[in-house]
Design a protein. Sequence first.
Length: 175
Amino acid sequence: MTIRWGMIGCGDVTEVKSGPGFQKAAGSALVAVTRRDRALAEDFARRHGVAVVHASADELIDDPSVDAVYIATPPGSHCDLACRVAARGKPCLVEKPMALTHAECLRMVQAFADAAVPLWVAYYRRALPRFLLIRHRLALESAGHVHLRECSLRRQHRTRRAPRNTASQPTASAL
């Protein structure tokens, strides 16, 4: 059996990790996508071999050819979108972080429990060697007793550099 995935959001995380992953995983196929900018969604679909581009998240969620939904949008939209997926009775994979607040996470968990369908968070890093080492050290208490845990949500700001105009710069022979 092949799980037919629909993806809401086609940004950077989906280009090399998630989008190709759904196509490469046995028993999995990415069959539909949507994004606020339809032209960008169509470009993603063309480059990744996805047959259907939907005009909206609700259209994708309601698509009978979509078995499960992957949400790869900014975190502020995760709770609302995931609850809409749960209301339609479909399993959902949400990109990390799961939501903006603990209350939103609880709301999502309850929505999927009520719908009796799975909800997963795409947090693969917990199995990376550096995180396994930290887990091991904490279990041994070799790092001492943990008094504080802190989590922060950050987004890297990308800047585009203007091309360097080398024609106006003196060359070594001109000096």
